[in-house]
Structure formats: structure tokens, C-alpha cells
Design a protein around this ligand. Structure first.
Ligand SMILES: Nc1ncnc2c1ncn2[C@@H]1O[C@H](COP(=O)(O)OP(=O)(O)OP(=O)(O)O)[C@@H](O)[C@H]1O
Length: 319
């Protein structure tokens, strides 16, 4: 088996001193393989940025170890930086009075690219992020989406084996977000290991192969997307609309895996939402029994989105 691109063992990070310490990471263990996109999810303050900063050598861990492309983030920080591209969302870190090309040249030099490699790497990164036409313009004239693509171009310049993305699509319109996601998927197909944090769960649904849920400084779940939705306890919602008398939703008529809610948008109509933990043959029997003798106008079945699953799991984990 090939070694993991990111390997974290018993990683702890505290902030502050003595009685005023905050434990941001508390024994985190996780791995990301080459060609994987792993999403790091967690509510505000759960430790995501702290972990990304340690992996990108911006912050030292308090204890434990983290290897990136086989290099220890503390003892071999230079090699880690060479192997890693980092993209933080928003405007952080760009020189807006310089052109896009000059930003790339500057960051390329910082990444240790020699004069000969620099020009070709800058051209390739501009081309890859569809910025060649705007390369000579000052970054202050760029749209937010273009700035974000410039961030990604900077992250890509040294052909990283590992990419750390912290909120990459923050503030982007749907078209720009989709462009960025397409670029990220291209990198995944080239074998780059990608660790992503995002509060936009659409990014996670479209990009991630696996989800890690961080809560209280610990990884609480390490699951594929499908597993994540399953353990949230809500596989699907069936919405039934009708008129007249609503079906009785007493506990004796509903199996334990189903919760139900009835609302009346207008006096003569009703809407019943059934939240199902799983979809099985029993679901059809349940519907058959519940809906016998009532007037139904419409039935819709919707699989649970990641957003609902995340909310359900996070609520369970919050003390
Ligand atoms: N420099 C700091 N000094 C003291 N405490 C800090 C510092 N940076 C982060 N923390 C604390 O560490 C914990 C984890 O913060 P972190 O920023 O890593 O979380 P996050 O999951 O990235 O949050 P968000 O989603 O809001 O960005 C929080 O309790 C935060 O208040």
C-alpha cells in the first residue's frame, strides 16, 4: 500500500497559557491518500483551521505528529512547504497593486522555483486557471472569482502533491464556484491529495470522497458521503399533500425508524412529512396503511442532503 499523503497521529494543539488554555485539537488521528478529496467538517471553532495551519507549517503542534508527503511538519517544514499548495478563501495574501502574473512570480520565487522554471510554471498556472487573458492586469481590478482562481494558481505553481483548501469557494457566485470545483477535480484525477474545509456543503457533496467530522478537537466520524448521510439517521423524507381529514399519525401506526409531522398550510389541506431512517419494502406498506381512506393530491420522495445530515450529526455531538 502506498504511504498516505497526509498522516496525522495523536495531534494536539492548545492556545494560551496555564489556567486560560483552549484545546483546539485533542488527539486527532487521520489520513488522506493521494488522489483523494477529504472534507473536514465541523461547526465554528471545532479546530479545522488549526489543523490546516499545522499541516501547512504555519503553526506548531503542542504534541503528536503530522506527516505531509512523508515529511514531518516540524522537523522538515521546508520539504512540506515544497510539497504543499495552500489556498485560503477570501482576499488574504494577494498583492492587489501587482498584476496576476507578478503575484505568481513572487510566490513562485518564495516556493523556491529557479529562474528558468519560474516563467514556464507561471504560464502553466495562468493557463490552467483560465487567467492568461487577465495576467497583465492589476489584481485590484479582478472579480472575487478571478482572485480565488489566482489563489489556486499560486497553490498549484510548484505542482503540489498535497493541496490544503480552507473555504475555497467563499463569496463566489455559482458559476465561479463550479469553475473552481472543476479545477479541483482535475487535480484529484492527477493524484493530488486534497484536504478541504468548507461551510458550503455543496462543495463537499460535489468534491469529497470522504468526510471527517471534527468536534471538540477530535475526529468523531470518518465516513464516505453515503455513510455520513446514513449515520445521520435520515435517509429520506416523504412529503404527502392532501385535502380533508389528515391521516392519524399516532405512535402505534409509525415504526420507530420513522418520525412524522403534519402541518396545515390552509384549513382544508394538509402536508405530512415522514422522515425515514431507511427506505425499504416496509415503507410502501406503511404508506399503504397511513394513506388508506384519505384524499392525497401529491407524494414526493427526497433523499437527505448532506446539509441535513451534518445538522443532525452536529446536534447530536454538541454537548
Ligand atoms: N490564536 C488563538 N488564540 C486562542 N484561541 C484560539 C486561537 N485560534 C483559535 N483559537 C480557538 O481554538 C478553537 C479552534 O479554532 P479554529 O479556528 O481552529 O476552528 P475552526 O473550526 O476553523 O472555526 P471556523 O469554522 O469558525 O473557522 C476555538 O475555540 C478558537 O476560539
Amino acid at each position: 500500500m502506498s504511504p498516505a499523503a497526509i498522516r496525522v497521529d495523536a495531534l494536539t494543539r492548545t492556545y494560551g497559557q496555564r489556567s486560560k488554555t483552549v484545546t483546539a485539537l485533542d488527539g486527532v488521528c487521520m489520513q488522506v491518500g493521494y488522489g483523494e478529496v477529504v472534507a473536514l467538517l465541523g461547526v465554528n471553532g471545532s479546530g479545522k483551521t488549526t489543523l490546516i495551519k499545522i499541516l501547512s507549517t504555519l503553526l506548531l503542534p503542542t504534541s503528536g505528529s503530522a506527516l505531509v508527503d512523508g515529511h514531518d511538519v516540524v522537523r522538515r517544514a521546508k520539504q512540506v512547504r515544497r510539497a504543499t499548495g495552500v489556498v485560503f478563501g477570501g482576499d488574504r495574501g494577494l498583492y492587489t497593486r501587482l498584476t496576476g502574473r507578478d503575484n505568481l512570480r513572487f510566490f513562485g520565487m518564495l516556493a523556491g522555483l529557479g529562474r528558468r522554471d519560474l516563467a514556464s510554471s507561471v504560464d502553466a498556472a495562468l493557463e490552467q486557471m483560465n487567467l492568461t487573458g487577465a495576467a497583465g492586469k492589476r489584481v485590484e481590478t479582478y472579480s472575487r472569482g478571478m482572485r480565488q482562481r489566482l489563489h489556486l494558481a499560486i497553490g498549484l505553481m510548484a505542482s503540489p502533491k498535497v493541496l490544503l483548501l480552507d473555504e475555497p469557494t467563499v463569496g463566489l457566485d455559482p458559476v465561479e464556484s463550479q469553475r473552481l470545483r472543476t479545477a479541483i477535480l482535475q487535480l484529484r484525477s492527477r493524484g493530488v491529495a486534497i484536504l478541504l474545509t468548507s461551510h458550503y456543503l455543496l462543495d463537499v457533496e460535489k468534491l469529497a470522497t470522504r468526510v471527517l467530522l471534527l468536534s471538540g478537537g477530535r475526529i468523531q466520524e470518518d465516513l464516505t458521503l453515503a455513510e455520513f448521510v446514513r449515520v445521520s439517521g435520515h435517509a429520506a423524507t416523504v412529503t404527502i399533500r392532501g385535502r380533508g381529514a389528515a391521516p392519524p399519525l399516532t405512535a402505534d401506526r409509525l415504526p420507530p425508524s420513522v418520525t412524522a409531522r403534519c402541518t396545515r398550510p390552509e384549513p382544508a389541506t394538509w402536508v405530512v412529512d415522514l422522515h425515514l431512517r431507511e427506505w425499504s419494502g416496509d415503507t410502501f406498506r406503511l404508506l399503504d396503511t397511513l394513506l388508506a381512506g384519505v384524499k392525497v393530491d401529491d407524494v414526493q420522495v427526497r433523499e437527505t442532503r448532506l446539509e441535513e445530515a451534518f445538522e443532525a450529526i452536529s446536534t447530536r455531538l454538541t454537548p
